[in-house]
Design a binder for this molecule. Sequence first.
Ligand SMILES: C[S@@+](CC[C@H](N)C(=O)[O-])C[C@H]1O[C@@H](n2cnc3c(N)ncnc32)[C@H](O)[C@@H]1O
Length: 248
Amino acid sequence: MTAQGRRDTQQDAPRRKDDVKREQRSGVPVRRPGVQSGYDLWASSYDTTANPTVYLDRLHTLRALDAQPGEKVLDAGCGTGAHVVALRRQGVASVGVDFSRGMLGVAKQVDASVPLLVGDLHRPLPFADAVFDAVVCSLVSEHLEQLHVFFAEARRVLVSGGRFVFTAFHPELVGAGVEANFTRDAVEYRLGAEPHGVDDFMREMQLAGFGGIQVENVVGDEALVEALPAAKKYLGKSCLVLLTAKAP
Ligand SMILES: C[S@@+](CC[C@H](N)C(=O)[O-])C[C@H]1O[C@@H](n2cnc3c(N)ncnc32)[C@H](O)[C@@H]1O
């Protein structure tokens, strides 16, 4: 399926049985606007939405990336720019790419000096081969139908020995029916979640040529619940998986 076809399918997503049940339980209507339009809608409130996986991602991802001043780093699916902006402020030559103009617009408001490009991670990235020292991709995995396309591109744009840091909304949460979602004006917007497992991430990274793959499982703990009391239901549960790998 082409990227355009995929988006059209998502935007016209029919109401699902579980949406109807959820509406009946909570009385809140559920809408499925598709991923790109969904993030455009979410953009203005994304950074203030209490979200346990985002909270945990911020604790672990840049530590794992360990970017040094002067390095060139791509933030793939950069959204409102949390990582790409933080990296720039550390003297890293970071660049962000995302297909939601709404999310990129918020990132631009946070720091107009950060280079941001509109691009689809299911298509060839708009960069030459071997130009980045590291690629970071946070919390986009549940929207990637074609992991192999993105992983091959991440490897292509990395220098030899370049680092890849990939964090994912944990597959166990996806398996339990949790998906990217937000509420606006008494409507719940649900943006879907691809059912990839940790094994799928590892296999597709290996097939793309990455080596030295390491996996870190991040579990909800007391500190998470203290920061976000609504996350109590995630105590002791796998919330985030963080993979690191090296380009050959
Ligand atoms: C949950 S947000 C994460 C944003 C950011 N990385 C962060 O950690 O806050 C997912 C982001 O992935 C982007 N995204 C999803 N699928 C994409 C695709 N195929 N190409 C480019 N961006 C995509 C969305 O627009 C959104 O900004």
